[in-house]
Design a protein around this ligand. Structure first.
Ligand code: MF3
Ligand code: CO
Length: 249
């Protein structure tokens, strides 16, 4: 069942979203070659708690950190730790916060110093695919209009769309119905209504779309071909006349 949120609930998600956005902004400013992904996690936890919220990911399915940090060919759910960022890396930071019982979820992929031209295009394609998907999240539209727009946009750059991971509803649970795929034909799935809160999160690969999980940590998802992948995500609410992004930096 898709839970339509009340105005009060949306306000809480809006607060959670602002905390998520401010924390991502802080992390973005903090990124320098030589720092570890574990240091970013500590910064995030402090910022989220100081703002009066809790990190949504900590304890989720036994996950032990506040953020996911996925570097280069790591696509998603990378675990923060001793890895030191290097010039030319890209790092996706995925973060969630819960405020008065309601979550917001966002991710962004940042360059570390100077990156190659093709990697720059991958980041551009991913944020553009997110933008195109969000533009379809309007009342009366069908859910997979979002999916189709994301795929079209990413593939128009010559990149590939990961199938196995999807966006999702957000609310008192971090992951609620419906799933929001990043590919497929338009015109299917539920009709979007004001009060639906969705996380749209394209995961785009420079090379082939195939991914696998790093077995020994049970979390990190990497591209199979070793080429880079990127991941951007916003939480939005469908409104009477369009949508509002709740995690805008
Ligand atoms: N934001 C991630 C997603 O929606 C959730 C990460 S799950 C965690 O896919 F356990 F790593 F927190
Ligand atoms: Co998400």
């Amino acid at each position: 069942m898709i839970h339509l949120k009340t105005g009060r609930e949306i306000n809480k998600i809006r607060c959670a979203g602002a905390i998520v956005a401010e924390t991502l902004e802080l992390l973005k400013r903090s990124i320098v070659p030589g720092m570890t992904t574990g240091e970013l996690d500590l910064l995030a936890e402090r910022a989220i708690r100081q703002a009066g919220a809790e990190p949504s990911f900590k304890g989720y399915d036994g996950y032990s950190h506040c953020i996911c940090t996925s570097v280069n060919h790591q696509l998603a759910h990378g675990i923060p730790g001793p890895y030191r960022l290097e010039e030319g890396d890209i790092i996706s930071i995925d973060i969630g916060a819960r405020y008065e019982g309601f979550h917001a979820d966002s991710a962004w992929t940042y360059p570390v110093g100077e990156i190659s031209e093709i990697t720059g295009r991958l980041l551009e394609a991913t944020s553009e695919a997110l933008r195109c998907g969000i533009a379809e999240a309007v009342p009366g539209a069908r859910l997979t209009n979002i999916s189709h727009a994301v795929q079209q946009c990413a593939e128009s750059y010559g990149f590939s769309v990961v199938r196995e991971l999807t966006g999702h509803g957000v609310g008192s649970e971090l992951h609620e119905e419906p799933e929001v795929p990043n590919y497929g034909a338009a015109g299917h799935g539920p009709v979007l209504k004001p009060g639906m809160v969705l996380a749209v999160e394209p995961l785009i690969n420079e090379g082939r779309r195939d991914i696998w999980m790093v077995e020994d940590d049970g979390w990190t998802i990497e591209t199979q071909d070793g080429k880079y992948g990127a991941h951007d995500e916003h939480t939005l609410v469908v409104t009477e006349n369009g949508n509002e992004i709740l995690t805008k930096q």
